[in-house]
Design a binder for this molecule. Structure first.
Ligand SMILES: O=P(O)(O)OC[C@H](O)CO
Length: 435
């Protein structure tokens, strides 16, 4: 089964929005939650619908985050646009620039809604120029996941996950099993997905683009190809050359299957994948913080996952109905259920005081690790994440650069190329926006 929105598979909705059902205000909700996540989401929606006389929320799965955004693009600004759209974090600026979204700030103000109950680290990400654009919903961060049984077998302390690049390299060497030129177990792997690079850069306090990650002004240039970005690329390249790193490709399912089958002993995953991993592995699974370079200060992680957006240009009663649903999603009770069943963070930390969370943390201490890593994150423009309209495109360039490392490309050259391509995309986008 799939666990995260980046890894969509399953039945997709038709994407057409039907009229009001039985006099109820229909709220069409496009999302990218597949597998078990979709079930949990549908349950929450069903509970909401049951509690409402006049509102009916209709969730429609639209594929991966990338696929859903492409579909949104084709209907944004028309009457076929969904009332609510789930978009991954790196689509934030893209959504704002689209001109087809209604910032939820309007409803926060009209309703005197208290957003201080939201986790600041999370809501900050979706707040631009003092305005809350979207409502945080499913937030995740990457974590290091490791096979504790393999650690024991290799003579490593299963309670001590590697925290630095040197420790990671050493552990990976001990965990790698090679016989007659065949490697049956690799020490480490990272999915070819730009998110992991973005996070490992932020951990060191690095910026992805100029103008303080596009937060103090419009970004004009990529900065991720600096020394800090190079640390990450060098790590991957070195470990790959040493034979301790396995290239799993771009598919989340393949990566998780490689871990479960014992092909890799450590890898990076979304915090939203940890619970299913613990449940579905026949060995003990550990979770820990992202490793950092030996001499770096730990800055923390950027909020990943997605938030929910409201379309503009649609009936205001529909928007109000959507806002009711959004408020419901953020209650401590719903967030507690969402956190324990999905593994995503509670965007309302009061959820962590709910009994079901306390019980679950006893059973799955790995869940708490993910919350600790986030709460220890230092506030700043590095960990707030970059704000750029061409982020989804730039991410693809970084993915290609990561892939070229396995063909033996020089890490600096690979990274520079991704940066140049990002610069070109930024230039085009800025011209279009008249900046
Ligand atoms: O797979 P998710 O939902 O944890 O999200 C990971 C990334 O942040 C998506 O951009």
């Amino acid at each position: 089964s799939t666990n995260t929105g980046t890894n969509g598979s399953g039945a997709e909705g038709e994407g057409t929005n039907t009229e009001e059902t039985a006099g109820k205000q229909e709220v069409v909700f496009w999302h990218a939650m597949s597998g078990e996540l979709e079930t949990v989401l549908n349950d929450i929606v069903a509970d909401f619908n049951e509690s409402q006389e006049n509102i009916e929320v209709k969730p429609i799965f639209q594929g991966t985050y990338e696929e859903a955004l492409t579909k949104f693009n084709t209907v944004a600004g028309t009457e076929d646009a969904p009332t609510i759209m789930q978009t991954f974090e790196v689509g934030t600026k893209y959504m704002i620039d689209s001109g087809h979204v209604q910032p939820v700030q309007k409803f926060i103000d009209e309703d005197n809604y208290d957003t201080s109950q939201w986790e600041e680290n999370i809501s900050n990400y979706y707040s631009v120029d003092g305005e809350q654009y979207s409502m945080p919903f499913n937030s995740s961060t990457p974590i290091l996941v490791y096979n504790k049984d393999a650690f024991k077998e290799a003579g490593l302390d299963p309670e001590k996950a590697p925290m630095t690049y040197s420790e990671l390299k050493d552990a990976a060497k001990k965990l790698t099993k090679t016989e007659g030129g065949e490697t049956s177990q690799y020490g480490f792997s990272i999915l070819n997905y730009g998110w992991f690079f973005e996070e490992m850069l932020a951990e060191q306090g690095g910026h992805y683009v100029d103008n303080e990650n596009g937060r103090s002004g419009n970004a004009t240039k990529a900065t991720f190809n600096d020394e800090l970005g190079l640390n990450v690329f060098n790590l991957i390249s070195d470990m790959h050359k040493e034979g301790t790193f396995f290239n799993v490709g771009q598919n989340w399912d393949d990566m998780r299957a490689a871990f479960q089958s014992g092909k890799i002993a450590m890898y990076l995953d979304s915090s939203a994948g940890i619970k299913a991993m613990v449940d579905n592995s026949d060995f003990e699974v550990g979770a820990s913080y992202l490793p950092i370079p030996d001499d770096a200060d730990r800055e923390g992680v950027i909020i990943g996952g997605a938030s929910v957006w409201m379309s503009s240009g649609i009936n205001e009663d529909k928007q109000k109905a959507a806002w009711e649903f959004m408020k419901y999603l953020t209650t401590p009770e719903v967030q507690a259920e969402w956190h324990v069943k999905s593994g995503y963070f509670a965007i309302n930390p009061a959820a962590y005081d709910q009994d079901i969370v306390k019980e679950e943390w006893k059973k799955y201490p790995q869940l708490k690790v993910t919350v600790d890593q986030l709460s220890e994150t230092k506030k700043g423009t590095a960990t707030q994440g970059a704000l750029i309209s061409v982020f989804p495109e730039s991410r693809q360039k970084v993915v290609s650069a990561m892939e070229s490392l396995y063909q033996g490309m020089d890490p600096k050259k690979a990274l520079d190329q991704a940066a140049e391509e990002t610069n070109r995309a930024l230039e085009v986008a800025n011209k279009k926006q008249g900046n």
